[in-house]
Design a protein around this ligand. Structure first.
Ligand code: HEM
Length: 456
């Protein structure tokens, strides 16, 4: 008889709350630390629930791809679900998720998104113009906040076209307030019921109420006006289930619109913020990026066709997603039956956290894992790598549906911005990552602004 498998190692927790207070203090640092101390599988106790942190590409393959059906998402109703409803990200009911995914997949194909590149660069231009008017050379700018603004502008325009008008002014702040609340709540060990009359709950309810009302109004107006706008809303409204031919109900459409808003701007904004942080720390990489952008664009805005001619810009973006993956953990998965992972016993009912950030720093798969080296992505360098050693967009059936969108938007904005400006760190300045739902620079990213000659 084979002996039973051992439980995975992990830090000892406090009575009742277990490891929750330690993880809450600094989730990102704690998960990186425990990977270093205990290895590819770490066991935590969070209140009543056993949680396993998984930091090996084979384990990601097993949980997210091979046995995805045995590891559904943990219900998110009391966290992210408060903002996103039962849209694609938070829907944990496999049949209804699958039907939604099938309907939405074609909307996010590269060819259908191609027409949106112009909206992306136009929003980038509006951002540059705002900087030109508002800031003088050497001024300190919160780059993280500026990039959040531009990606929100982009998702608004690509979702609703030009017609949002006045309503757009309400959507942005409402999404930001909602995201802020959900981010804070995601870090909290105890989630108090939303009906409790706390100021933060009140602000969230107002923001969510505004968002819901505006989105409902826009959908209603669009139902009356009919299609012809060429935006994401048109495409989502026209999407049909391949088997039944049915369209989305108003409620489904509503939740998907809010979901794409929520999932589709903060991640890319953070990726770009980290890119500018890394470029500020590595002037030789910035110089190479600028040389490429100057040569290929010769002072004009980038187009989608240019992306193939800006390989180094793409490499910088990819390497940024490796070092600072904007979604450092995939959403928690559930273990339906007792199972084994990495040689350890994992009981039914426990939650699994696949750590994208730890896998991206795994010393068995990356040479000098902490070094920022865009040349890892040079042609010919990637062939021998484990398929899931790099998974910024997740893997398996729940792979990010917006990856093509992000891989257009990120490099386009990076090229556009690098053409016109650069940012520098102040002497002695440190920047640390903070993990909420996404990985962001703690306290923002204040950098000094330096327009490039001929663009001020
Ligand atoms: C750099 C930018 C982005 C990163 C790093 C990122 C990362 C991810 C990851 C890791 C997942 C999988 C989560 C899991 O399995 O639990 C995911 C799912 C998702 N993402 Fe993204 N994302 C990005 C941009 C976008 C954009 C631009 C959109 C929409 C326009 C989007 C929409 C979604 C949606 C709807 C899902 C849920 C898919 C499903 O469960 O079927 N994401 N994203």
């Amino acid at each position: 008889m084979t002996p039973p498998l051992p439980a995975a190692p992990g830090p000892r927790g406090a009575p009742l709350v277990g490891n929750a207070p330690d993880l809450k203090r600094d989730l990102y640092a704690a998960l990186r630390r425990d990977f270093g101390r205990y290895g590819d599988v770490v066991r935590y106790q969070l209140g009543p629930r056993v949680v396993h942190l998984l930091s090996h590409p084979d384990l990601a393959q097993q949980v997210l791809v091979n046995r995805a059906a045995q590891h559904p998402k943990l219900p998110a109703g009391n966290g992210l679900g408060l903002l996103l409803g039962r849209g694609l990200v938070t829907n944990d009911d496999h049949p209804s998720w699958l039907s939604q995914r099938r309907m939405m997949q074609p909307v996010f194909h590269r060819e259908r998104l191609a027409g949106m590149a112009g909206e992306m660069t136009a929003a980038g231009d509006r951002m540059l113009e705002r900087w030109r008017v508002r800031y003088r050379p050497g001024d300190t700018v919160d780059v993280a906040e500026e990039l959040m603004r531009v990606t929100l502008d982009i998702i608004s325009r690509t979702m609703f076209g030009a017609e949002v008008g006045q309503d757009a002014a309400h959507i942005g702040p409402a999404v930001e307030e909602g995201t802020r609340f959900v981010n804070l709540r995601s870090q909290s060990a105890v989630r108090l019921p939303l009906r409790w009359p706390l100021p933060a709950h009140g602000r969230f309810r107002v923001a969510k109420g505004t968002l819901d009302a505006v989105v409902a109004r826009i959908i209603c107006e669009r139902r009356t006006a009919g299609p012809g706008h060429g935006d994401l809303l048109d495409m989502l409204m026209e999407a049909r289930d391949a088997d039944t031919g049915e369209r989305m109900s108003d409620q489904q459409l509503h939740d998907e619109v809010v979901t794409v808003f929520g999932a589709g701007h903060e991640t890319t904004a953070n990726a770009l913020a980290w890119a500018w942080f890394l470029l500020a720390r590595h002037p030789h990489v910035l110089a190479r990026l600028q040389a490429e952008v100057d040569e290929v664009l010769a002072g004009r805005d980038p187009t989608l066709a240019d992306l193939g001619r800006l390989p180094y810009t793409g490499q910088v973006f990819q390497e940024t997603l490796r070092l600072y993956p904007p979604a450092p953990l995939v959403s928690p998965r559930l273990v339906l039956e007792d199972t084994a992972l990495g040689g350890y016993a994992v009981p039914a009912g426990s939650a699994l956290l696949v750590s994208i950030a730890n896998i991206h720093h795994h010393p068995d798969f990356w040479e000098n894992p902490d070094t920022f080296d865009p040349d890892r992505w040079a042609p010919g360098q990637t062939a021998k790598r484990h398929r899931l050693a790099y998974l910024p967009f997740g893997a398996g059936p729940r792979l990010c549906i917006g990856n093509n969108f992000a891989l257009m938007e990120g490099p386009l904005l990076l090229a556009l911005t690098a053409r016109a400006a650069e940012f520098r760190l102040s002497p002695g300045q440190t920047v640390t990552p903070q993990q909420a739902v996404t990985l962001r620079p703690r306290g923002g990213l204040p950098l000094t602004y330096h327009p490039r000659r001929g663009t001020a």
